[in-house]
Design a protein around this ligand. Structure first.
Ligand code: SF4
Ligand code: SF4
Length: 401
């Protein structure tokens, strides 16, 4: 099938089959120079190939969809083989249902880079305006669901802490981490939070809470997630054939940037749009989900407020912030101590899981993010040429030092 270049990355524009297990990333052998960079970044050993020869994602069942191979490939040889772009455009034009866009927390901080804005530009209001200009009838923000997820996981943490020697609570907000745990450590699945990731929760809310508020049936709402990575593209495939359940389509940030540019919209100069009252606003804790340690901090903030009975003096859990590979710290929650850890990058999952296995009550809360830098550095975000030139290719014979 013909490929389309979207923000420097190639895509095959055919809609994923509605079946679980579909592969989303592949390597184009004709573009691959065999530099081994993707193999070095792959945390799942899913890629094979000898130096100087075309490589392949030979073990798709092991692939966790993190997209680290794609963002680090210097030849744009790794491509996304499925895309809902054509289907989204068709739905927006047909106007049969309410097309709802659900932007993930991190996308508002990265989208501006595709439009020449400085890295880190906050585009929340402009993103909402652009989505409405594209023809979406509503923008229901995943940050609202991230707040709800922090509350649910905070309550789960407090419940577990009442049980002496209970195993730790693992966050469930990174779909690549969840796939990693399912594939490589299924015996640890009971540690995973029962709360769905904010993106899946937002889709469920769109088709229940918001549908009810709008006086519409769930089947009249077509929910499109704007995601930071390809791992989120599994969600519409997991719901079976039920159009009233979950999200209907997923675009990553690059695909959305392409769509906005195609429509002639200059993101940097559109007037800002406020939040949609149907879904409601969100707190600062919700936006923390974009960065490593953010989910753990949001959970602990809620748990602290719940313990004290007041959110007035909720502390920040600053030691969990930053870009270190692993961070850990202890905090007081009422009379109890909670030891929390944050793992920033799937390459560090095995060491942390080994540590946990050696003492299951060492931590009470562990956040896992597959991409170093969290969702802000997800495999579906705009890839800046300047950032690519900084990637570590120093030990490869294919690049001059
Ligand atoms: S990083 Fe790209 S060019 Fe290098 S081996 Fe992997 S797919 Fe091929
Ligand atoms: S998406 Fe991630 S896990 Fe899959 S092949 Fe690429 S780097 Fe490996």
């Amino acid at each position: 099938m013909a490929r389309t270049e979207i923000e420097g990355i190639f895509y095959e524009l055919h809609v994923p089959e509605r079946s679980p297990g579909a592969v989303f990333l592949r390597i184009d052998a004709s573009r691959c120079i065999g530099c081994d960079t993707c193999q070095r970044y792959c945390p799942a050993d899913a890629i094979t190939g000898s130096s100087g020869k075309p490589h392949a994602i030979a073990f798709p069942a092991a692939c966790i969809g993190c997209g680290q191979c794609l963002v680090h490939c210097p030849e744009s040889a790794v491509f996304e083989e499925r895309s809902w772009l054509a289907e989204v455009v068709g739905e927006l034009n047909a106007r049969r249902r309410l097309c709802v866009a659900m932007p993930s927390p991190s996308v508002r901080y990265t989208l501006g880079e595709a439009f020449g804005m400085p890295p880190g530009s906050v585009t929340t209001g402009r993103l909402r305006a652009a989505l409405l200009m594209l023809g979406f009838s509503h923008c229901w923000d995943v940050e609202f669901a991230a707040d709800a997820a922090a509350c649910a996981m905070g309550r789960e943490l407090l419940r577990r802490m009442r049980v002496p020697g209970a195993p730790p609570l693992f966050t469930s907000s990174c779909p690549a981490w969840v796939k990693y745990c399912e594939t490589f450590h299924p015996d640890l699945l009971p540690c995973l939070s029962l709360c769905p990731p904010p993106e899946a929760l937002c889709a469920a809310m769109a088709k229940t809470l918001c549908a009810e508020r709008m006086g519409r049936a769930a089947k009249d709402i077509w929910a499109v997630l704007i995601a930071p990575c390809a791992a989120h593209k599994q969600y519409p495939l997991l719901r079976g054939g039920d159009p009233a359940a979950g999200m209907d389509a997923v675009l990553d940030a690059r695909e959305l940037a392409w769509l906005i540019k195609k429509a002639g919209i200059d993101l940097a100069h559109v007037p800002e749009q406020g939040p949609d009252p149907v879904m409601g606003g969100s707190s600062g804790a919700a936006t923390l989900f974009s960065a490593p340690g953010g989910a753990a901090e949001a959970i602990l903030r809620f748990a602290a407020a719940e313990q004290s009975g007041s959110s007035a003096a909720t502390p920040d859990f600053v030691p969990l912030r930053g870009m270190a590979d692993v961070r850990e710290a202890s905090f007081s929650l009422g009379a109890k101590e909670v030891r929390a850890a944050v793992v920033n990058g799937a390459k560090h999952f095995p060491a942390m899981l080994g540590k946990i296995r050696s003492n299951m009550s060492r931590y009470q809360l562990v956040e896992f993010t597959a991409c170093p830098g969290g969702c802000l550095c997800g495999g579906g975000q705009p890839v800046m040429p300047a950032a690519k030139s900084l990637f570590d290719d120093g030990d490869s014979p294919f690049f001059p030092s």
